[in-house]
Design a protein around this ligand. Structure first.
Ligand SMILES: [Zn+2]
Length: 265
């Protein structure tokens, strides 16, 4: 295959246009050895492991809109429904496995000087794939958060995965716990740490992200303005494809292992 130019049609806010981006094949790429690398992963990498994502089922869950079961208001007005939704997702973790993209990122982590993996995903597939420095900006399914102390604890035993409400172990009088998830309308977690990592990285790579969810979708602009090379690995050009220096289109599980090998040469 030869290097080439990828022409991307962009439609946003009623406007449309075209941009050209470099399409670079693995044997023509620079090495990341000795570099500082920051990765942002989105739903696409989990979807390849069979994790159901917000975009499945037309954004519906048992005829409720996802937005209506993933907000602080939903938790106040119908906690049983929200709890059932998240317990279903927590049980699903036991049925899914990391895919070759998760393992490839763990290999990349071992091969570069500095590595930070930021994920929008709430599953544990990066950790199970061997990654150690993972920042979950939208929270985690494995942990639950005390409504009073705000402390989180890992609760994944069989008795923690039923549909009954659970109570914390941190308070003298146990309080109800909520999903340790960033809901619509809440602030993403660890933003300071995320910006710090991006500001000092040499490479910023987005994998499997639709480019619709801010502030995650805007991080590439931060990386670009701080001088990092920006790379996208995605099944299709996302909404913010114009923000990348280099684009690799395909399933992450299929193309990332070879890309990582070439970056570590
Ligand atoms: Zn507590």
């Amino acid at each position: 295959m030869e290097d080439g130019i990828l022409e991307i049609k962009i439609q946003m806010n009623g406007m449309s246009g075209r941009v050209n981006r470099n399409l670079i094949y693995p044997n023509h790429m620079a090495s990341m050895l000795g570099s500082s690398v920051v990765i942002l992963t989105g739903a696409g990498i989990s979807a390849e492991s069979g994790v159901s994502t917000f975009r499945d089922n037309d954004g519906l869950w048992e005829e409720h809109r996802i937005e209506d079961v993933a907000t602080p208001h939903a938790w106040e007005s119908n906690p049983e429904l929200v709890w059932h939704f998240y317990q279903t997702r927590r049980r699903q973790l036991l049925e899914v496995k990391p895919n070759p993209a998760h393992y490839a990122l763990s290999k990349l982590e071992d091969g570069v000087k500095e590595f930070t993996l930021i994920t929008q995903n709430v599953d544990d597939l990066h950790e199970r794939g061997g990654s150690s420095n993972v920042i979950h900006m939208h929270g985690r399914l494995r942990t639950l958060r005390c409504e009073v102390s705000k402390k989180y604890e890992e609760r994944m035993e069989e008795e923690d995965l039923q549909n009954d409400f659970l109570f914390c172990t941190c308070c003298a009088e146990p309080n109800r716990v909520r999903p340790d998830i960033v809901w619509f309308g809440e602030m993403p977690m660890h933003l300071e740490e995320i910006y710090e990592a991006i500001e000092r990285c040499d490479y910023f790579m987005v994998i499997g992200s639709s480019g619709h969810v801010y502030p995650a979708a805007g991080l590439v602009n931060v990386a670009h303005s701080c001088g990092a090379k920006t790379i996208l690995v995605n099944f299709e050009p996302p909404a913010n494809a114009f923000a990348f220096d280099e684009i690799h289109l395909g399933k992450a599980g299929e193309i990332l292992p070879d890309l990582v090998n070439s970056w570590l040469e």
